[in-house]
Design a protein around this ligand. Structure first.
Ligand code: ASP
Length: 318
């Protein structure tokens, strides 16, 4: 039996500490804790890494504090186009959906795409229809809209009109949720879900549904879920790059992930972060922004969540 491990992120589009009330921070941390608990419950009851990452991501998709599912970012037309993916490190099977508008939990649709086995990536209305036919929860597109995202879109459009888009805060720009896990029989899995970036062009597809970029898992090496400016994650094939540096160069998980986030991506002046778990159960969560919503569980079953530098240990009964 190997040791189990779980890590999650709620995106590197984190607000400056002062811009959010302590009550909102506490609520976001509580949702991170619920996500960890959902994933950890799967792992400790002998479930698969795949089920664990899906369970953890579903909780964050249902939370308004993160840019995925309910509370997702709006595109330039004021509409939601959601992306998600999931990957099984044991078989290298993967599933993803992009530009979906009616699936309550896009990660569940990604899983169904994977299990069906006829495609890796499905997009647009056909993917919405597929999810419906598979019996998943279908919602009106407005279900995903929160007041915070409407305001953020207006703010970003004002920035764009004034030519100050580059000055927008990371939280005004983007966010994503993701999870990585190692289960008791040594299998790795990763899942990621996002609304993309605020005010993105209609039809834009980011890294989240691109296997090898925003999501990657391979048994014996690592599982990775990314957050940040997706175009760069695609160009650097970030998930696969992190795994390759470990496999071919013999780097540790921490060295490999830090190299990609801090040395490859940071010079582009874009927000970037990831969570990753190695085949030995080690976890890393580097980011180059002010903060990244994140959490992890130690092999002893201790839960930790963080938004900025400070790390909070959750009480066992939280
Ligand atoms: N990676 C996401 C995308 O580009 C956004 C983010 O994580 O902030 O769609």
């Amino acid at each position: 039996m190997t040791k189990t491990a779980l890590a999650i992120h709620g995106g590197c589009g984190v607000m400056a500490k002062l811009d959010l009330s302590e009550a909102d921070w506490a609520a976001a941390r509580a949702d991170l804790g619920r996500s960890l608990k959902a994933g950890w419950a799967v792992l400790t009851s002998g479930g698969s890494a795949l089920d664990a990452v899906q369970a953890a991501v579903v909780v964050m998709e249902d939370s308004p504090y993160f840019n995925a599912g309910y509370g997702a970012a709006l595109n330039a037309n004021g509409e939601h186009e959601l992306d998600a993916s999931i990957m099984d490190g044991a078989t290298l099977e993967a599933g993803a959906v992009t530009l979906v508008r009616r699936i309550r939990n896009p990660v569940k649709a990604a899983r169904r795409v994977m299990e069906k086995g006829e495609a890796v990536l499905m997009g647009g209305t056909a993917a919405d229809d597929f999810a419906k036919a598979e019996g998943l929860d279908i919602v009106e597109p407005t279900y995903f809209t929160t007041e915070k995202r409407v305001k953020a879109l207006a703010a970003m459009k004002a920035h764009a009109a004034a030519g100050t888009a580059a000055k927008a805060s990371e939280s005004e720009k983007h966010g994503t949720v993701g999870a990585v896990a190692l289960d008791a029989v040594g299998h790795l899995a990763a899942a990621t879900s996002t609304g993309g970036y605020n005010n993105k062009p209609a039809g834009r597809i980011g890294d989240t549904p691109i296997v090898g970029a925003g999501t990657y898992a391979r048994d014996g090496i690592c599982a990775v879920s990314g957050t940040g400016k997706g175009e760069f994650f695609i160009r650097y094939a970030v998930g696969h790059e992190v795994a390759s540096r470990i496999a071919y160069l013999g780097e540790t998980l921490e060295q490999s992930a830090a190299k990609v986030i801090q040395e490859d991506l940071k010079p582009h002046n874009i927000g970037a972060g990831l969570v990753a778990v190695c085949a030995d159960g080690s976890i890393t969560a580097p980011y180059n922004t002010d903060g990244m919503f994140r959490g992890w569980v130690t092999p002893e079953g201790e839960f930790f969540v963080a938004t900025h530098v400070e790390v909070f240990k959750l009480p066992a009964d939280a």
